[in-house]
Design a protein around this ligand. Structure first.
Ligand SMILES: Cc1ncc(COP(=O)(O)O)c(C=O)c1O
Length: 397
């Protein structure tokens, strides 16, 4: 592939081809625009891909996290542990159900929650019912067996925020690689298919689970809390108009239009993940001479990463440049970059609620992080262009 030096490189971009467009157009010509057979086909494809028993498609990853919290029955007085390096949505979903967030620190190099940072957060969590939401940040897998072992000892539920992690695999010891979303170590896993993610639905998300009761609750809360299974009475007499709402739900349904795109994109997931891995490998090689100012910490678990982000660590102070200056210089050269993420515990809403917390791993991670362009349509030469521009912006050549 050839890179074009004049095109703007965003930090992430969807890849939609003519066959994706044809799949959406076919739905538009058909009988169903909202919840029809394509939603079911998408759910079946996702369950097969993640090796989960069930998948529930919904309006967004955020809606999926909210549904997961509702399905668990978490509410006021309960607590959920959330790594502070994540998007706002992970913590906000906990607040939507009236539960409280206990922020966990992260590894300062990878930005991931670890068994140790979970244990430390549990020590601050107090009594009452709890859950933990490990985030497979950037598409790198959290140590799920390690996190799940601590959660099991503490008797708390695990819900994976897998918004970045469709296509990611993980291992238990030296066992075979298995997909994130199989829920072997969790009650549920929640995905996002926002266009910067590895596959796109426009807006969209999904929850996977192996638990039939949770599946039923997720599906019900997704559609106003309505139960239509009561359309037959005890004698089997049909009351086809009948529905009941035992608990409050929302309108968080996905549409056939969105699921047509999602279904078409799932078919390309292996190609997208493989290309992302190639590009990250290239970044790793080309960035190596910029160490120790620029580092891309790579861990053994990263073998299974479906890199959603190429988030590098940069010692801006040692380079004598601020992050804003570096981002501006990259932008002037037609290169987008982004910061993932401002620690959520530092947001005014959460500081007002929980005070100022000291989470030094997250602060160190945040101080040094910068996400460089990464999307499957990038050419090898684009990586060279980004690394050259970054070296220059940091005064390293
Ligand atoms: C870690 C994480 N969780 C949840 C979400 C929410 O996903 P959505 O944008 O589909 O609502 C995002 C979106 O960026 C995310 O990055």
């Amino acid at each position: 592939m050839n890179g074009r030096a004049d095109r703007f490189l965003p930090y992430g971009r969807h890849e939609v081809d003519e066959d994706d467009i044809a799949a959406v157009a076919a739905v538009l010509r058909g009988d169903w625009l909202t919840t029809g057979p394509t939603v079911e086909a998408f759910e079946a494809a996702l369950a097969a891909r993640t090796k989960a028993g069930f998948a529930v498609a919904c309006a967004s990853g955020t809606a999926g996290l909210h549904l997961a919290m509702m399905a668990l029955g978490l509410g006021p007085g309960d607590r959920a542990i959330v790594p502070t390096i994540t998007f706002l949505a992970t913590a906000n979903a906990v607040r939507y159900v009236g539960a409280d967030v206990v922020f966990a620190d992260v590894d300062p190099e990878t930005g991931l929650m670890t068994p140790a940072t979970l244990e430390a957060a549990l020590g601050r969590a107090g009594s009452g019912r709890k859950a933990v939401l490990p985030v497979h940040f950037g598409g790198r897998p959290v140590d799920l067996p390690g996190v799940a072992a601590i959660a099991a000892t503490a008797g708390i539920d695990v819900v994976e925020d897998a918004a970045h992690a469709i296509g990611t695999t993980y291992r238990r010891d030296n066992g075979p690689a298995t997909p994130i979303g199989d829920c072997r170590y969790s009650r549920m896993a929640v995905f996002s298919f926002h266009p910067v993610k590895t596959i796109a639905m426009g807006e969209g998300g999904a929850i996977t689970t192996n638990d039939a009761t949770l599946h039923e609750r997720l599906a019900r809360f997704r559609s106003h809390g309505m139960n239509r299974d009561l359309a037959y009475d005890a004698e089997g007499v049909a009351n086809p108009w009948y529905y009941e709402m035992p608990e409050l739900g929302y309108h968080y349904r996905a549409t056939d239009i969105h699921c047509a795109l999602g279904l078409s994109q799932i078919g390309k997931l292996d190609r997208f993940v493989a290309r992302r891995r190639q590009l990250v490998e290239r970044y790793r090689r080309l960035l190596a001479p910029l160490a120790p100012i620029v580092r891309m910490p790579v861990t053994p678990a990263d073998a299974g990463a479906a890199w959603h982000l190429c988030a590098v660590q940069i010692d801006f102070a040692a380079a004598g440049a601020t992050r804003a200056q570096v981002m501006q210089q990259l932008k002037a050269r037609g290169i987008g970059s982004q910061v993932h993420y401002i620690p959520v515990h530092r947001q005014p809403y959460y500081e007002a609620r929980y005070g100022t917390l000291s989470l030094p791993g997250a602060d160190a991670y945040y101080r040094h992080c910068l996400s460089l362009p990464l999307f499957p349509a990038m050419a090898d030469a684009d990586v060279e262009r980004v690394v050259a521009a970054l070296s220059e912006a940091l005064g390293l050549r």
